[in-house]
Design a protein around this ligand. Structure first.
Ligand SMILES: [Zn+2]
Ligand SMILES: [Zn+2]
Length: 323
């Protein structure tokens, strides 16, 4: 099979031809038809996340069909998300917080992922996918959608929701939030008309530059852009009691800010990884109230180009590789 391998962070991915990986007990082999590209892939590729497995096949938003192995019938359409395995024994696993498992393994980071024609994955962490949407359009749900969904829940019942950075995740969250009757305010880089027009198209009340004040007070904000300076900006825009959720795995340093911005029971929190329950819940919701994912497809061998489109902020919606 063809695969792209990261030999060392900071170096371009290298195309290889190699046998399909061996199956371990509890795993399924999957023929990959689509794999979403996430900002986390960029962070790993560029060396901003420490200690990836090396050499590594990136990619943790995999859609494909089961070839063989345990847990699924052959040809079942499954999704492989970021959470690849957990210990089941630690205090986090035992209290419904497997997303925080200290021994967790992550697809495309500490396990090989989906920038390839085939992969193996632990069946208990694969999600059966509903019939209907096209493989490429489902792929972004497996991280952008899932992390976004978890971040939205951690934002509480906020009616006026700010989204900072309007890329793969926010364009899904905006639709989930609208279907719950919330109002969405989208903040993008100065002059990013593409992202702002996409936000309006998907039901945002307002879209504009993140360095401008919100047109209305917000009840909560979710920050998807990896920019620490957005934290005080978002705090400034949220009302008393409001929460600012940082949804990325990596962010530049947060500048210091006056305590006054946090006062009145405002809070800042991060969201880490996902649980299998998040996956099941999101897929059930999407089966009832479909979301439209806007995707740009790239051939497997154009993965570097796809990564760069995220790094530079050029992309509209989500990038997906189609091996
Ligand atoms: Zn654990
Ligand atoms: Zn991701």
């Amino acid at each position: 099979m063809h695969a792209l391998v990261l030999d060392e962070p900071g170096r371009p991915l290298r195309a290889v031809e190699r046998p399909s990986p061996p199956l371990l007990p509890g795993q399924v082999r999957i023929r990959i038809s689509a794999c979403g590209v996430c900002r986390t892939d960029v962070h790993i590729r560029d060396g901003e996340l420490r200690e990836p497995k090396l050499p590594l096949v990136l990619g943790h938003q995999i859609v494909g069909r089961v070839v063989d192995g345990e847990g699924f019938p052959a040809d079942a359409r499954v999704g492989v998300p970021w959470l690849g395995w957990t210990c089941g024994e630690c205090r986090y696993c035992q209290t419904g917080r497997e997303n925080l498992c200290e021994r967790a393994l992550f697809t495309g980071y500490t396990l090989d992922g989906g920038f390839a024609e085939e992969t193996v994955a632990y069946a208990a962490y694969c999600l059966p996918l509903p019939a209907g949407p096209d493989d490429s359009e489902l792929a972004p749900l497996l991280c952008a959608g899932l992390i976004g969904y978890r971040a939205l829940r951690l934002a509480g019942d906020a009616e006026r929701l700010g989204l900072y950075g309007f890329g793969a995740s926010a364009h899904i969250v905006a639709q989930l939030a609208r279907s719950e009757g919330r109002r969405v305010f989208a903040f993008t880089r100065e002059g990013d008309d593409e992202a702002q027009s996409l936000a309006r198209e998907l039901g945002a009340d307002w879209a504009g530059s993140s360095d401008r004040p919100a047109p209305d007070e917000l009840d909560a904000a979710i920050i998807f852009a990896p920019v620490g300076a957005l934290v005080p900006l978002a705090l400034r825009s949220v009302a008393r009691g409001g929460t600012v959720v940082c949804a990325g795995i990596h962010m530049s340093d947060i500048p210091s800010f006056p305590y006054e911005l946090l006062w009145q029971e405002r809070s800042i929190r991060s969201v880490a990884n996902l649980t299998r329950a998040d996956g099941t819940e999101l897929l059930e919701r999407v089966a009832q109230a479909p979301v439209r994912t806007v995707v740009e497809r790239f051939p497997l061998m154009a993965a570097e180009e796809a990564l760069d489109s995220i790094r530079s902020g050029r992309l509209r919606g989500a990038a997906v590789l189609t091996p």
